[in-house]
Design a binder for this molecule. Structure first.
Ligand code: C2E
Ligand code: MG
Ligand code: MG
Ligand code: MG
Length: 279
């Protein structure tokens, strides 16, 4: 048994794996060079309060404009940046850039920034956050840090301690992609968060009766716990109507706005303000 299995495993690792490993190494080398070359960009996606229709915040989403590869999505380079540790520097850059953009927004607008577990474990993250806030002049309560459930899965004390420090500073913590982890409810007990972002896979399937029931339950859970609930990936009026009826607080998705350059978000905010003034 062992012999034939061994041969299969050997064959599996042989040429294919080699190419994959090499490709990953090239990606990691390219990524290291990309930061000093200023190849990274941030887009901003608006977040709407469903009851008022106001834009109450925006999420910063990273992109890599690589001369060799074209525009690379975060899912295709963040894991590599986490593996090499580059995410610590890259994350610091994103925080500073996002806060600087938000400094020019109306004061009620929040800025949401995604944070990886590697950053929270670095031991220098709280300092980076304080520095980004001071540099930009954005008050702590306008910054929201989005973590995924995998961050809370981490057993290390550093992560929970860092999160508490940040929360004590007045920074808000959002649980991203809620519902996709192994123990979504368990994590809510492990660390008190300010916001739940329902993963877009649930919103996409909301025309399914059972999925709709789950979404409504999470919205009710948020209300019971005093946690803001945001629906991710809202693409249709029908979805927004259902979320409104269920009492969901915020919505984010292509229906409200696609991720856009900072200048375009500023334009959107100015025209919204002008509309309010004239109306
Ligand atoms: P996320 O934080 O859950 O961000 C939401 C993702 O859903 C974004 O993908 C956004 O473009 C996409 N999206 C928003 N509305 C819709 C919609 O209506 N329909 C559909 N189909 N998609 C929608 P994106 O920009 O590709 O980012 C993917 C993930 O990469 C993010 O998921 C986040 O986990 C990670 N990421 C992005 N920027 C950063 C960053 O600066 N640092 C870290 N650590 N991770 C980041
Ligand atoms: Mg996010
Ligand atoms: Mg998400
Ligand atoms: Mg995601």
């Amino acid at each position: 048994r062992g012999k034939s299995e061994g041969r299969n495993v050997y064959r599996f690792f042989e040429p294919g794996m080699d190419a994959m490993v090499r490709e990953r190494q090239v990606l990691e080398t390219d990524l290291e060079a990309a930061l000093p070359r200023r190849e990274f960009e941030l887009d901003f996606q608006p977040i709407m309060n469903i009851a008022s229709g106001d834009i109450v915040g925006a999420e910063a989403l990273m992109r890599w404009r690589s001369p060799a590869r074209g525009l690379v999505a975060p899912d295709d380079f963040i894991p590599a940046a986490e593996e090499t540790g580059l995410i610590v520097q890259l994350g610091d850059w994103a925080l500073r850039k996002a806060c600087t953009a938000a400094a020019g927004w109306p004061h009620a607008m929040r800025i949401a920034v995604n944070v990886s577990a590697v950053q929270l474990k670095s031991g220098t993250f709280t300092r980076s956050v304080i520095s980004a806030l001071a540099f930009s002049g954005v008050p702590a309560d306008r910054l929201e840090l989005e973590i995924t459930e995998t961050v809370l899965m981490d057993e290390s004390d550093t992560v929970l301690k860092t999160l508490s420090q940040l929360r004590d500073l007045g920074i808000r913590i959002a649980l991203d992609d809620f519902g996709t982890g192994y123990s979504s409810l368990g994590y809510l007990r492990r660390f008190p968060v300010d916001k739940i972002k329902i993963d877009r896979s649930f919103i996409r399937d909301m025309d399914n009766r059972d999925t709709a029931a789950i979404v409504r339950t999470v919205i009710g859970l948020g209300a019971q716990l005093g946690i803001t609930v945001t629906a991710e990936g809202v693409e249709t009026e029908a979805q927004l109507d259902m979320l409104r009826e269920a009492g969901c607080v915020e919505a984010q998705g292509y229906l409200i706005g696609v991720p856009s350059k900072a200048a375009d978000i500023n334009r959107l905010l100015r025209s919204a303000a002008a509309l309010r003034q004239s109306g």
